[in-house]
Design a protein around this ligand. Structure first.
Ligand SMILES: CC(C)(COP(=O)(O)OP(=O)(O)OC[C@H]1O[C@@H](n2cnc3c(N)ncnc32)[C@H](O)[C@@H]1OP(=O)(O)O)[C@@H](O)C(=O)NCCC(=O)NCCS
Length: 171
């Protein structure tokens, strides 16, 4: 199911057929460094994550992490969406691209569409967490009108992450 579209991208629900590119993303070196290991090392585990984690979130919350594909070619470029996690009171915006999709403004475009989608549904505030050393991600978050608030430690985390919040918090 399509969630939202931009000039160059389609954001749609993750499907079982996305297991191969999802596995590539979840085992990518930059993903592991900036976000962390998500318990997926094989394509079969990626498929299980789609069935047991990603898709159930859509049913439970009406949102979650979605697939980002190129309009036209349909090529899978990454994922973006909303995450609800222990230790954070509000949904946070997440995005991650395969290396081939980076440096084209896709993260900015996809994150902007997710943010607009949430705003249109009255989901506010939407916050974000980031590895403080992740300059590209911080640039994307600044473009969404989010500003650094404070370092936080997520339950089970082994390092602080930086919490970003809207310039004028709502809700
Ligand atoms: C973070 C990530 C999504 C950014 O994707 P991207 O496609 O390169 O981002 P964009 O092309 O939209 O560029 C975003 C901005 O970051 C800037 N940027 C890109 N790489 C950068 C770097 N290494 N250092 C500083 N700024 C950088 C770009 O110039 C751009 O700013 P501008 O529009 O003002 O020029 C991508 O690198 C990625 O998936 N990394 C691994 C997973 C990850 O870190 N996800 C984010 C977790 S919060």
């Amino acid at each position: 199911m399509i969630v939202t579209e931009t000039e160059r991208l389609v954001i749609r629900e993750m499907e079982v057929g996305d297991a191969v590119p999802l596995h590539a993303l979840l085992t990518d070196a930059d993903f592991l460094r900036n976000i962390g290991h998500r318990g997926v090392d094989t394509v079969a585990e990626a498929e299980a994550a789609i069935v047991e984690r990603y898709r159930p979130a859509y049913a439970r919350h009406g949102d979650g992490m979605w697939a980002v594909v190129e309009r036209g070619s349909g090529a899978w470029v990454g994922m973006a969406g909303l995450v609800r996690r222990p230790g954070i009171d509000h949904p946070d915006i997440g995005f991650a691209l395969l290396p081939a999709g980076r440096g084209k403004g896709y993260a900015r475009e996809a994150a902007g569409a997710v943010s607009a989608w949430a705003t249109a549904r009255g989901i506010a505030p939407v916050v974000a967490i980031v590895n403080p050393e992740n300059a590209a991600s911080r640039a994307v978050l600044a473009g969404l009108g989010l500003v650094p608030d404070r370092p936080i430690r997520l339950p089970g985390g082994d390092a602080d992450v930086l919490l970003y919040v809207p310039v004028t918090p709502e809700g």
